[in-house]
Design a protein around this ligand. Sequence first.
Ligand SMILES: *Cc1c(COP(=O)(O)O)cnc(C)c1O
Length: 432
Amino acid sequence: MAASISPLLFDAQHLWHPYSAIGAGHPVYQVVAARGVRLQLADGRELIDGISSWWCAIHGYNHPQLNQAINAQLAAMAHVMFGGLTHPPAVALAELLLKITPAKLQTVFFADSGSISVEVALKMALQYWQARGAGQKRRFVALRRGYHGDTFGAMSVSDPDTGLHTLFQQTLAQQLFIPAPTTPYGEPCADADIAPLRDLLAAQHQEIAAVILEPVVQGAGGMRFYAADYLRHARKLCDTYGVLLIFDEIATGFGRTGTLFAAEQAAVCPDMMTIGKALSGGYMTLAATLTTEEVSSTISRGTPGIFMHGPTFMANPLACAVALASCQLLLSSPWQARVAALSVWLERGLAPCRQLPQVAKVRVLGAIGVVELKAAQDLRILQPLLVDAGVWVRPFGKLVYLMPPYIMAEADCDLLTAAVCRVVAALPEAAT
Ligand SMILES: *Cc1c(COP(=O)(O)O)cnc(C)c1O
């Protein structure tokens, strides 16, 4: 075979990356292996991973127990369709998920990705109201600054202005948006925060199917934290006005905010919950939509008597097997202590950023650390600076944030935060 061009050159000319362009000089780095909290680049450098491959790899990379689980499943069967067939990993995983999520959630729909689990939740809400003879209830209420995914339904409930999808506004279903809560985390919800939801539901509940929101932490829409108490009010209002409540826990699930699921912080049970990202410990693409007996039985009794969704790779056995192992590993680990320790280390390590003229705010919640800069940065400049500092962090806009694997040791967290402080300090000061 003729010598081919270098992998990086081929990549630059032929491969799309997330939110990237072809031939626009967005740097990409070749990873050849990963172990624990470190990525190994083709050029021999090692990077400390500060964001768990987009918040998924909570146990770090190449974990022996997860490797073992996926290998054992591979020896039995890599995949089989889920239409009319079932298998032990799907059943065992569903059983465990229903045990660790709020008690009223009783059924599981496995989806291929977080975005699809959001589509499924929206569809379930629409079918639920149709089955109840209230087909006019087909709009959704969402929070500004929210992010729920890249597919069309998910885009329609993500922030319409500051979000990633403004370009598609003319094509998207027109949903109803309310301001993002501003009451700080840990405080009782201010009435001014809950009033927009109350007013909207009072005026338009006859046409509203559900409210969808990310509980406690708004992730990719701006890394904002808000009062868990808001969720309690939202639950009450949804009950009062006959509207379903959907929690998108794709980012917050599996311990990231300090409780296994963020919903626990308000002792509130949604009618539907979407989970993904850390579900499989970062090994395979897998997500799920959980719902209550009330929603699932209403859909199943209604017309056409089935739920109208069924992906080809639904409940892939390899994904379910490794997700089961990941959940078991998490539950048997001292994850609360680890998240609490990361919280302390992130707070201490990022504190020096507060003094920097480039920085607007620093905030930490659970194992999430955010440095909000005064000015948005060009990733083409910032990314190489972070890599040269020995860390893998993927900022967006004004946000340089950390979501380390839970297994990260104190010394590595110190290296990570020190690198972030150093890089931020060297940025040009924001023009005023
Ligand atoms: C990442 C994310 C999604 C989308 O998940 P994908 O797997 O990227 O499709 C949806 N909602 C939230 C809150 C997320 O963080």
